[in-house]
Design a protein around this ligand. Structure first.
Ligand code: FAD
Length: 732
């Protein structure tokens, strides 16, 4: 019998980790949604690498996109909320997952597929000097950094791969193929280390023979029967005391369990992996399921291999459903023998199946077909159905739309205390309104902004929305003092609304805390969709308030952040934005404009505004209107763009606000933008966009360098201020 928590009418299923089994769970729930269930995926990265194609990616046969599943697109199809975060802890008794900086996420049903990392605690110096193959994204990033400097090196570079299992050998051959082909100058020496007497001890002799031949042919040195004992900046020491030159030590050692599972309260095996029964359910907590590398069967130990994680996906999906419905679970029966197709670097592979070993280019083509077919299952968004329909129940409006009593109070009680200078009445002693004293000689600078959520993570949305609202104060040269919140929460059960509100306000408060800006009040209501805004109060010396007017002929026009958030999220809504574009846009939207405002002030800027919903052209027009008789001459090639924005504009994506922004432009500019799709960026609405300023020409280079140093890598001089006849905005 299941515990009562699972009999809730609208269970919250939390999927932790975007591993191979979970992508199948996501696909199956998209194809056949469970009405009234809430699904959330917590994933460290927004793309899940497919392990079968990883060696091909390293060898240069595949692009990154060809072997990564876009978790954002998959979630959108299934109406699953995606939280891009790393779990740092789990309290199985309290049924909550912890991620850094945000409130715990509660669940009714939890499924864990977080994989493993290479075990390297026995190798001294591995944490500082070793490069673990997992997490894959970190591995690829650090490998690219190594490659970028290794190419310039005059002498030989020494790459040592530690691990003689299928993963280590395959990776060694793939990397050798990649680096040796690309290398000039001194080239590379590869060494493969294994503590066993042979490589791939669990495979047939014919497989080992073929792989040894491939290693020899590639000139890769083998050190068998020796474990790595220590690794340093330039050397690696073996257990027999031998020291090898080593510029890159890759850890492809056996799997280790995530350390944070140790304090979860879940039953673990001797190595820290989650103990599960044949139905993939935790042996200690019936609300918890697990699959893939992070799980260990009580009945039979399985090798840590993606093949098993993949095969567990369908059973896991079905058992999660059954657990929610309270019906008996199915058993997962692992295949007795698995087919391993091991790539050898070039487009050539070895098939290993029990005692059988086959090899050739045809095996590679066979493997390639299987792998591409697997990846194709997680594309083709439209074919996979969409999110369940909206609630049809009629809800009252007006004041009856207020959040259920007590909910707000409970959430506020869990959030950090809000206090600040001069505050007389605020949340600590709530009244009909908040009150604070404005210091003598200062001006109260106030702005309000609110918008609908464009991402499904309320914490991140709260962070970004607060940053967006604060940027008005930075544009005015004011210091944030306090804020009041406007919250609209979508209808849901009280527990779900409480969880969402806590995430949302935690995100907003995290941003406000960075700005020393306490929350002193607000209003919350139910609505059809999540929306959030703030009234922000700032203080400024009367003479120091910066306005939109004050441009001078010859001023350089400077923009502090790249453009493109509108088009990227327009494409993302249709599942068409590359994950790296979404990630870059999210990072940019969370970057505060506080330091930019200070640098622009130091540079003597008179005219300043922030670029938001009206797009660059719209907000530039506001500056020009405040300085009558002046025009702007923009350099289109100097406009900084977020990665992926140009390609999405070229593909015809646009925010729904873009046409309205374009309609406000002068006819000449509109005509040019129609002829040249890239110019549509001028009308792209920005969320938490950059500051746009007119800077004296003589100070521009210095100010730009200061902005780059302050972390605004995309800041650019985008044009100049001119006078004379012509449209207000001209292009060079
Ligand atoms: C070089 C190499 C080649 C390999 N080739 C093959 C092969 O050809 N065939 C094969 O079957 N196996 C192969 N393997 C083994 C295979 O990679 C693993 O067995 C497989 O990835 C396990 O799948 P999984 O679903 O358990 O976890 P993973 O695929 O590791 O997925 C776990 C996911 O969870 C996320 N995650 C982890 N921690 C957290 C956290 N705290 N919070 C949120 N998210 C988190 C990770 O970012 C990741 O996306 C290879 C391994 C290596 C190193």
């Amino acid at each position: 019998m299941f515990p009562p928590a699972l009999r809730t009418a609208s269970p919250h299923l939390l999927l932790l980790g975007g591993g191979h089994a979970h992508v199948e769970v996501l696909r199956r729930f998209a194809l056949a949604p469970e009405p009234n269930w809430r699904l959330t995926l917590i994933a460290r990265e927004s793309e899940a690498p497919y392990s079968g194609m990883l060696p091909g990616l390293l060898a240069g046969h595949y692009t990154r996109a060809e072997c990564h599943v876009d978790l954002g697109a998959l979630c959108r199809r299934g109406g699953v909320r995606l939280i891009r975060a790393a779990a740092s802890g789990l309290d199985a008794n309290a049924q909550a997952v912890h991620c850094a900086d945000r409130p715990p996420l509660a669940y009714d049903l939890l499924s864990i597929d977080v994989g493993s990392t290479p075990a390297a605690t026995a190798i001294a110096g591995a944490a500082e000097h070793g490069l673990p193959v997992k997490p894959v994204d970190g591995f690829l990033e650090r490998l690219a950094a190594f490659e970028s400097v290794a190419g310039d090196h005059a002498g030989k570079r020494h790459v040592v791969v530690i691990g003689g299992g299928a993963g280590g050998v395959e990776l060694c051959l793939a990397l050798h193929h990649r680096l040796v082909r690309r290398s000039s100058a001194g080239g590379y020496q590869f060494t493969l280390i294994s503590d066993g007497a042979t490589i791939l001890p669990n495979h047939a002799a014919g497989v080992r023979r073929r792989l040894l031949a491939a290693l020899t042919e590639a000139g890769i040195r083998l050190r068998l029967g020796q474990a790595a004992r220590a690794v340093s900046f330039a050397h690696l020491t073996l257990t027999d005391g031998t020291s090898l030159p080593c510029d890159l030590a890759i850890l492809a050692t056996g799997a280790a369990a995530p350390a944070w599972l140790a304090s979860s309260g879940l039953a673990l095996d001797g190595q820290g992996f989650l103990r599960i029964d044949n139905s993939l359910r935790s042996v200690s907590h019936p609300q918890v399921f697990a699959a893939g590398d992070c799980a260990a069967f009580d009945a039979l130990p399985l090798p840590k291999s993606g093949v098993y994680a993949v095969r567990q996906g369908p059973v896991l999906a079905e058992n999660l459903r059954r657990a929610g419905q309270g019906v008996p679970l199915r058993d997962y029966r692992p295949q007795r023998r698995t087919l391993a197709l091991i790539a050898t670097g070039p487009r050539h592979a070895i098939a290993s199946y029990g005692p059988l070993a086959l090899s050739g280019a045809w095996v590679w083509r066979w493997k390639d077909r299987i792998d591409r077919r697997w990846m194709a299952m997680y594309r083709g968004a439209e074919a996979m159905g969409s999110a369940p329909g909206a609630m049809s129940e009629m809800r009252c409006g007006g004041c009856a739309a207020k959040l259920p009593g007590g909910l707000l109070g409970r959430v506020m009680a869990r959030l950090p205390r809000q206090q600040g200078e001069g505050i007389v009445l605020a949340l600590e002693a709530p009244d009909d309104a908040a009150a604070f004293a404005v210091p003598a000689g200062k001006l109260l600078v106030q702005s309000v902004d609110q918008f609908r959520s464009f991402i499904d993570d309320p914490y991140l949305f709260g962070r970004i929305a607060a940053n967006h609202c604060l940027s008005d104060l930075y544009a005015m040269g004011a210091t944030p003092h306090s804020a009041q919140a406007l919250v609209t929460l979508p209808f849901a059960g009280e527990a779900a609304m409480e969880a969402d509100l806590e995430q949302l306000l935690s995100g907003a408060l995290a941003t406000l805390a960075e700005a020393d800006c306490p929350l002193i009040g607000g209003h919350s209501a139910e609505g059809t969709e999540l929306a959030f805004g703030l009234t922000v109060n700032g203080l400024a010396e009367a003479g120091a308030v910066r306005r939109k007017g004050g441009l001078q002929v010859g001023d350089a026009l400077l923009l502090s952040k790249p453009l493109g958030t509108g088009v990227i999220f327009a494409a993302d809504m249709r599942g068409q934005a590359p994950p790296e574009a979404v990630a870059a846009a999210l990072a940019s939207m969370q970057q505060s404009s506080r330091a930019a405002g200070l640098e622009l002030s130091r540079a003597g800027c008179l005219a300043l505004t922030d670029v938001t919903g009206f797009g660059l052209a719209g907000h530039l027009m506001e500056l020009l209107r405040a300085s009558p008789g002046l025009r702007a001459v923009l350099r289109p090639q100097a406009l900084p763009l977020l990665p992926g924005a140009a390609a999405l504009l070229a593909a015809g994506f646009a925010s729904t606000a873009s046409p309205g922004n374009e309609a406000l432009a002068a006819p000449g500019l509109r005509a040019k933008a129609r002829a040249e799709p890239a110019l549509a960026i001028l009308f792209d609405p920005q969320t938490a966009g950059g500051l746009l300023a007119g800077i004296p020409q003589a100070a521009a280079a210095h100010c730009l360098a200061a902005l780059h140093r302050a972390g605004y890598a995309g800041a650019a001089v985008i044009g100049r201020v001119a006078d004379g006849p012509g449209e207000p905005i001209a292009l060079e």
